[in-house]
Design a binder for this molecule. Structure first.
Ligand SMILES: NC(=O)c1ccc[n+]([C@@H]2O[C@H](COP(=O)([O-])OP(=O)(O)OC[C@H]3O[C@@H](n4cnc5c(N)ncnc54)[C@H](OP(=O)(O)O)[C@@H]3O)[C@@H](O)[C@H]2O)c1
Length: 223
C-alpha cells in the first residue's frame, strides 16, 4: 500500500514514516503546506534508514494534497489545524478514501498537574473530522496512544496496542493490517467510531501518568 501522512513533517510524522518504511511493505509520502519542507523530511527518513543497512520502502515528500493519492491517508496535525487543512486540500480529494486520525485534542492544567481530553461538541476529534470529510470517506482512529519520541528510536520495539475504531469494516481491516506491519504494535478492533472519545482520552491519562510518576514512554497494551 501507499501511505500519505498529512502534516507528516511534525513530531509524530517523521517517526511514523520511518517505522512504516522500515517494514519494507508500504511506500510513504510525507505531506506539508510546503513541499520543499516535506522533501527534506523524506530525505531525513531515507538517510536514517540507509544508515541502518537494511531494506526499506520508498519515502517521498510533497504537498498535503499529494497524500490523497495514497491508499491510506493519515491525518497527523493538531486538531485546530485540521478543518482549514481539509478545506485547503479540497474535501473531494478524500472521496472513498481510508483516512486515519491519530489526533487527540487535549488541554493542560498545570496547577492540577494533569491533562484532559478537550472534547469537541461531537465528543471526539474523529467524529468532528468525519463531518468535515465527504460521506464516502472511511475514517478510523489509529496510533493515538503511541508517544512521538519512541517512534523515532528505531532500535526500540514499539510494544503497544493500537485501537482502531471506525464504521467501515473493510477500512478497519486495512488500517489494522498497516498497524500489524509496524514494529510490535498490536492492532485491535475498537468498535464503531463513536468509541473514539475513549481512545483519544487515553493519551491525556498516559501523559499525566508519565508526568506525575517520572515515567518514560508510557503506553497501553491490552492483554
Ligand atoms: N506528539 C505526540 O506524542 C502525539 C502522540 C499521539 C498522537 N498525537 C497527535 O498527533 C497529531 C500531530 O501531533 P504532532 O506533535 O506531530 O504535531 P505538530 O508537530 O505540532 O504539527 C504537525 C504538523 O502540522 C502542520 N501545521 C502546523 N500548523 C499548521 C497550520 N496552521 N495549518 C496547517 N498545518 C499546520 C505542520 O506541518 P507543515 O508546517 O509542514 O505544514 C506540522 O509539522 C496531534 O493531533 C496530536 O494530538 C501526538
Amino acid at each position: 500500500m501507499k501511505v500519505g501522512i498529512i502534516g507528516g513533517t511534525g513530531n509524530i510524522g517523521e517517526g511514523l514514516a520511518r517505522r512504516i518504511c522500515i517494514s519494507g511493505k508500504h511506500d510513504v509520502i510525507i505531506g506539508s503546506r510546503d513541499p520543499a519542507k516535506a522533501e527534506t523530511a523524506a530525505g531525513g527518513v531515507t538517510e536514517a534508514l540507509s544508515e541502518r543497512g537494511v531494506g526499506f520502502s520508498a519515502c517521498s515528500g510533497g504537498a498535503n494534497a499529494d497524500c490523497c493519492d495514497a491508499d491510506i491517508i493519515i491525518l497527523s496535525l493538531p486538531f485546530d489545524k485540521i478543518e482549514s487543512t481539509i478545506e485547503a486540500i479540497g474535501k473531494e480529494k478524500f472521496e472513498n478514501k481510508v483516512v486515519v486520525s491519530l489526533i487527540n485534542p487535549m488541554l493542560r492544567y498545570p496547577e492540577e498537574k494533569c491533562f484532559l481530553h478537550d472534547s469537541p461538541a461531537e465528543t471526539s476529534a474523529a467524529l468532528a473530522i468525519k463531518k468535515m470529510l465527504p460521506e464516502s470517506a472511511k475514517l478510523t482512529t489509529g496510533f493515538n496512544n503511541v508517544a512521538a519520541g519512541k517512534w523515532m528510536r528505531l532500535d526500540e520495539e514499539l510494544d503497544y496496542s493500537v485501537v482502531v475504531c471506525g464504521d467501515d469494516k473493510d477500512a478497519k481491516d486495512t488500517v489494522r493490517e498497516l498497524v500489524a506491519d509496524v514494529s510490535k504494535l498490536q492492532p485491535l478492533d475498537g468498535g464503531p467510531l463513536k468509541m473514539s472519545n475513549i481512545v483519544e482520552s487515553i493519551t491525556p491519562l498516559v501523559i499525566t501518568l508519565a508526568m506525575n510518576n517520572g515515567l518514560k514512554d508510557v503506553g497501553v497494551y491490552f492483554r
